[in-house]
Design a protein. Structure first.
Length: 146
């Protein structure tokens, strides 16, 4: 996994903290949750984006996995009521995975699977929500390591 700098955000004027996603300065047609593009990485299958809401006392982290055409293949959200969050990338170990911290003192790992897995419903992890709740293909696997 390699860090990249090809995506950016353009603010969306609405009630929710959302942004238009741009790739190389051009709109992709996607409206994503989040207003700060914290980090972005290239994987063998696409791109992994980490966005936050810029809300210091109740921060949310949005993780998007996009294909080569910038279409969303999978997406996760981490957040908790009244919980501040600051994204820290802890490591990019070999393979298609990233270790990070968000709530302070916690450690997570998100991995991009080589092939999507079929899954049902939301994540079983506390504070993690899969943006697609219908049965579907899941490219991202998230686990709390500490």
């Amino acid at each position: 996994m390699v860090e990249i700098d090809e995506y950016s955000l353009e603010p969306f004027k609405g009630e929710l903290p959302q942004s238009h996603l741009l790739r190389h300065g051009r709109r992709t047609g996607l409206l994503l949750d989040g207003v700060v593009l914290e980090r972005q990485f290239r994987t063998a299958q696409g791109a992994l984006l980490f966005l936050t809401e810029d809300c210091p006392h109740e921060e949310g982290l949005h993780i998007y996995f996009l294909n080569a055409e910038s279409a969303v293949l999978d997406a996760l959200e981490l957040g908790a009521a009244y919980a501040p969050g600051i994204l820290s990338i802890l490591a990019t170990p070999p393979g298609e995975r990233i270790a990070f911290s968000f709530f302070g003192g916690d450690e997570w790992e998100v991995a991009v699977m080589p092939r999507p897995k079929f899954g049902f419903g939301p994540s079983a992890l506390s504070g993690v929500r899969r943006k697609r709740t219908l049965p579907g293909k899941r490219w991202l696997r998230i686990s709390r390591t500490r």
